[in-house]
Structure formats: C-alpha cells, structure tokens
Design a protein around this ligand. Structure first.
Ligand code: NAD
Length: 319
C-alpha cells in the first residue's frame, strides 16, 4: 500500500488498539502513513498483538483504562475498547458497562475538546435476538435489559445514544459502525467464540461442540474486509454518521462452519452437541445496503479463503 503524503498525515487515537480488531486497524493506519496512539488497558488485548510495532517511529502505546479521562492531542479517534466475547464481558459485567458508557463519555469529551471526528465500534448485539431478518439499521432491536448479555448489549446501545446526543447537542462529527461477527488472525484462543472454538478443537483433535441442533446461522466477516469498512466510514462525508452495519451477509449454519474448519485443518475431530446458552440468537445476518450505498463497501473475502490465514495463525499458537 502506498504511504500518504506527509501533509495528509494524521495523529489517530485507537482505543482497544492491542485487541484483535484494534491491532489490525493500527497496522492499516500505519500503512497509510498516519501516526497512531494506541490506548489499551490490556484486559483482553495483549502486547503480543502489537509487539511487531515496538520500534515503529509512528506508533505509540499507552496503558490506559478508558473509564478514566484521557488528555492527548489527536486528529481522529477510533473507539474500540471493550471486551467483545461473552466469556470476557461477563467476567466483570459492571466494568463492561462502565467501559462502554463511561468510556464513551470520556472519548466523546476528548473529541469535543479537540473538535475531532470519532468513530464508535458498536455491535450487531444492539439488535439483541432479532425479530426481523436480515437486520437493517432502522430496526430498534429485541434486547433483554436484565440478562447476562445485557452489560454488553445495553452498554453498547447507551454508547450509541451518547454518540448521537453529542452529535445533536455539540455538533460533533460522529461515525457509528455496527460490527457483525468478525474473525481472523489474532482472535483470542479461548474466548468461547465459535470460529476460534472450532479451529482450536479441530487442531487439537478434540470433539467439535455444536450448540443446539447446529442449524442456527451466523455470518462471518474476515478482519481485513471489516477494517476496510471502518476506515471508509471514518473517511466518509460528515453528513454520513451511521449507524451502519458492517459484516458479511453470507449465512452459514454452525454445522457448515464446522465442516469448513475440518476441511481446512484436515482434522479427524467428530461433532458433539450441547444445549443452547440463554439469550443466544438463533440467526443473525446484516443487511449491508447502507454500507454499500454510502461507503461503496462490501466484503470481498469468503469464509473458506479467510479461514486459511486464521487456521495458520492458530496453528502457530496451539501447543
Ligand atoms: N470481533 C467482533 O466480531 C466484534 C463484533 C462486534 C463488535 N465488536 C467491537 O469491536 C471492538 C473490538 O473488539 P475485538 O474483537 O477486537 O475485542 P478485543 O477484546 O480483542 O479488543 C478489545 C480491546 O479493548 C481493550 N479494553 C477493554 N476494556 C478497556 C478499557 N476499559 N480501557 C481500555 N482498553 C480496554 C482490551 O484490552 C482489548 O485490547 C469492541 O468494542 C467490540 O465490542 C467486535
């Protein structure tokens, strides 16, 4: 990728930049020639995700919890900090809500002071267990406010509210991305997400766990496609705030995913079944018409292709 000219170089804050998506975003922004400040408390992120940037002249890391104010000078903010898988966000649910809500207030306050653009990594979980398929951005969702997933779902919903109130009240330039299931290298190995679970089970030759009958569907977006979408959204005209769905609309059943993983890993693992966890959505699929219209964005990498580097990554870390 061609580096930008110096005069278009920005200083960009990425919260959660040591996490799965954040570290890929940091790589992309550095490739584009920007300076990147990564703020992360390393709750679910790791230094390993950014260790290749250790001596990069335009990269800086600060260990910081975004539930506390941050005073830095930047031109743009991507707010990704938040544990993203049920095992991790349910570990300390109060902190999860604080990260989404206090974290959003702190980052929005920073953006207001700096008069800079800010992008929120929201989630398809704002739709809850949706009653309409596929989900369009004007669907308000079907969310349990008091269940074990609520700290994440309602925290992210409240963060969206704050973004739009700062936009209306303070004319802040905001961008809200509703991210659907994304996978790729640097995913967490043991966070209970289906892609990493299946790959690790297959590589270890352990049985692959299907919940329910294995016919519930999900859509999976490869990380490079998702990062393209986030960057395009940040660079889109000020009038386009989102919320905008970013994800891959092609649906796979859990059983189909398991079969693709078995093929890619050449594993001899068999399937076992377990009951569905509470509040687990049966189906989730983005309608990406808005992203396609306003950002000219759609995913390019299909599941079989994206599984190759993902399996290679897990092969390198599974002992
Ligand atoms: N990966 C997905 O499929 C997906 C889907 C929807 C939304 N998202 C959103 O994208 C963002 C990134 O997700 P991810 O998959 O990379 O998860 P991740 O857990 O790998 O990354 C999150 C990062 O935020 C950091 N963090 C958590 N709490 C923090 C705090 N209080 N202060 C500072 N840093 C904190 C973690 O240490 C980690 O590095 C999250 O906001 C998540 O909700 C991800």
């Amino acid at each position: 990728m061609v580096a930008r000219l110096y005069d278009s170089r920005k200083k960009i804050l990425v919260t959660g930049g040591a996490g799965f998506l954040g570290s890929h975003l940091v790589d992309r922004l550095l490739q584009q020639g920007h300076e990147v400040l990564c703020a992360d408390n390393l709750f679910t992120g790791t230094k390993r995700n950014i260790e290749h940037l250790h001596s990069h002249a335009r990269f800086e890391f600060i260990r910081h919890d975004i539930t506390f104010p941050l005073f830095v000078e930047v031109d743009e903010i991507y707010n990704l900090a938040c544990p993203a898988s049920p095992i991790q966000y349910q570990h300390d649910p109060v902190q999860t809500t604080k990260t989404s809500v206090h974290g959003a207030i702190n980052m929005l306050g920073l953006a207001k002071r700096l008069k800079c653009r800010i992008l929120q990594a929201s989630t398809s979980e704002v739709y809850g267990d949706p009653a309409v398929h596929p989900q369009t951005e004007d669907y308000w969702g079907h969310v349990n406010p008091i269940g074990p997933r609520s700290c994440y779902d309602e925290g992210k919903r409240c963060a969206e509210t704050l973004f739009f109130d700062y936009h209306r009240q303070h004319a802040l330039q905001i961008k809200v991305a509703r991210i659907f299931n994304t996978y790729g290298p640097r995913m967490h190995m043991a966070d209970g997400r289906v892609v990493s679970n299946f790959i690790v089970q297959a590589l270890k030759g352990e049985p692959i766990t299907l919940y329910g009958d294995g016919n519930q569907t999900r859509s999976f977006c490869y990380v490079d496609d998702l990062i393209d979408g986030l960057v395009k959204l940040m660079e889109s005209p000020a009038s386009f705030t989102g919320p905008v769905n970013l994800g891959n609309p092609t649906e796979f059943t859990m059983r189909e995913l398991a079969q693709l993983v078995i093929a890619e890993t050449k594993s001899s693992s068999k399937f076992i079944t377990q009951p569905l966890p509470p509040d687990d959505p049966k189906q989730r699929k983005p309608d990406i018409s808005l992203a396609s219209k306003h950002l000219e964005w759609s995913p390019k990498i299909d599941l079989a292709k994206g599984l190759m580097p993902t399996v290679a990554f897990f092969r390198s870390i599974v002992g």
